[in-house]
Design a protein around this ligand. Sequence first.
Ligand code: TYD
Length: 203
Amino acid sequence: MFITFEGIEGCGKSTQARLLFERIQKEGFPVLLTYEPGDTQVGKKLREILLSEKMDSLTELLLFLADRREHVISLIKPALLNQTIVISDRYIYSTLAYQVYGRGLKKHFVDTLHREILDNTFPDRIYVLDLEVEKAFERKKSHTFDRIEQESISFHQRVRKGFLELAQENPNARILDATLPVTHLHDIIWKDIHTLLTARRKN
Ligand code: TYD
C-alpha cells in the first residue's frame, strides 16, 4: 500500500505522516516513511538546489521530477515490492499544485512526464490537508522561509486551489480539515487506513 500526504506548507502533513508511520509500526506492519524532495542520495543534492537557488520554472519542474524518479526507483518501488507500506510526505500532487497551478506550467506536459517517470507507481490513498494560506503561514512564522515559501500569498492560494481540485477529481484522495486537533486528525486517518488494510487482507 502506498499512501501520500499533500498540502501547502504549514498544513501539518509531516506530523500526520509521522503519526501514521508510528501507528502502523505499532500494529506490526512493515512500513517506510519517506519524503520529497530529498530522501535519496541524489535527492539530497537536488533539494539543496531547489530550496535555495533562483531558477526558471521549467528547470524547477525537471529537478523535482528528477528527484521523484530517483525516489521511485531507489526507495518506493523496492519497498512496495517487498510488501512494505510506504508513506510519502509529498508526491505527484505537489508538482501539479506548485508547478502547474502555482507556476502556470502545462498540466498535460507534466502528466506525460509523470507517465514515463513513475513506473506505474500511483498512491492508493492521498491525504490533502487543507487550510487557509494565512493560517498556515501563521504556523510557520518562527522559521526562515525557503525559496518557495517566500512566494506571494496569491501563489500559495493557487497552490491550495490546485490541491483541492486535484483531490476532488480523484476517488483515492481525501481532503481533511487541517485545523482539527492533531490527535483527532490522526484518528480519522488511522480509521481510514485500518479499513483499507482490513479490506486488503480479506482479498
Ligand atoms: P519542504 O521543506 O520539504 O516543505 P514542507 O515541509 O512544507 O513539505 O520543502 C519542499 C518545498 O518544495 C515546498 O515548498 C513544496 C515544494 N515542492 C514543489 O514545488 N514541487 C514538488 O514537486 C515538490 C515535491 C515540492
